[in-house]
Design a protein around this ligand. Structure first.
Ligand SMILES: CC(C)(COP(=O)(O)OP(=O)(O)OC[C@H]1O[C@@H](n2cnc3c(N)ncnc32)[C@H](O)[C@@H]1OP(=O)(O)O)[C@@H](O)C(=O)NCCC(=O)NCCS
Length: 164
């Protein structure tokens, strides 16, 4: 084994925090990189950041130059009088997919919903979204409904829920 391969790289530190309007450009870019259709528009993302009944979480890492880079995000919606929260979006930068970041962002989303007094998290996912379905089913989300013709291209949605 060479000396180089013995040198331990420090694991990259990912921070989860509420997004601010300063993250808007990066959030829009992530939305475009991660979703091929049914993208949230800039206006909708700005609204979500400002809304008292929504949380936008930003997963950020420092790059080599010490600059913060957005590597993932999630949006949660709550309704007054309801203890059900809805995960309306979750995305990881395609360059960082499959490394466990999705699970990390989902953990933070669940913690945020819990902190707001919610007892259940619900979501919809495209029936052909293997990575999304795997992520949710591995984390004990149960499919409770199918909505035909839900997405722009006619794809059905699978609805999942998890008690928090
Ligand atoms: C869904 C998404 C957030 C998952 O993020 P991620 O960082 O890749 O997730 P993780 O690394 O935590 O892996 C989740 C699981 O999916 C698996 N996976 C990754 N890509 C996959 C693929 N193309 N097909 C099937 N499974 C896949 C991983 O192996 C992992 O399973 P494991 O825990 O059994 O190993 C990410 O793929 C993404 O941003 N996709 C585009 C946006 C999207 O579809 N969001 C969900 C909309 S509801």
């Amino acid at each position: 084994m060479s000396a180089t391969s013995l040198r331990a790289e420090p694991p990259p530190v990912v921070t989860l925090r509420p997004a601010t309007l300063a993250d808007l450009d990066a959030l829009v870019a992530l939305e475009h990189a991660a979703f091929a259709s049914d993208r949230a528009e800039r206006r909708a993302i700005r609204h979500a950041i400002r809304s008292a009944s929504m949380t936008v979480l930003a997963a950020v890492m420092d790059d080599e130059a010490g600059r913060e880079t957005l590597v993932g995000a999630a949006t949660l919606e709550r309704r007054r009088g309801s203890r059900k929260a809805r995960l309306s979006s979750i995305a990881v930068s395609p360059a960082r997919a499959g490394l466990g970041l999705g699970s990390l962002v989902l953990d933070a989303a669940e913690a945020d919903a819990r902190a707001h007094g919610c007892t259940q998290l619900r979501l919809e996912v495209r029936a052909d979204n293997g990575a999304g379905i795997r992520l949710y089913e591995r984390r004990s989300y149960a499919r409770f409904a199918v909505i035909p013709d839900y997405y722009e291209d006619g794809m059905e949605a699978w609805r999942y829920a998890k008690p928090l």
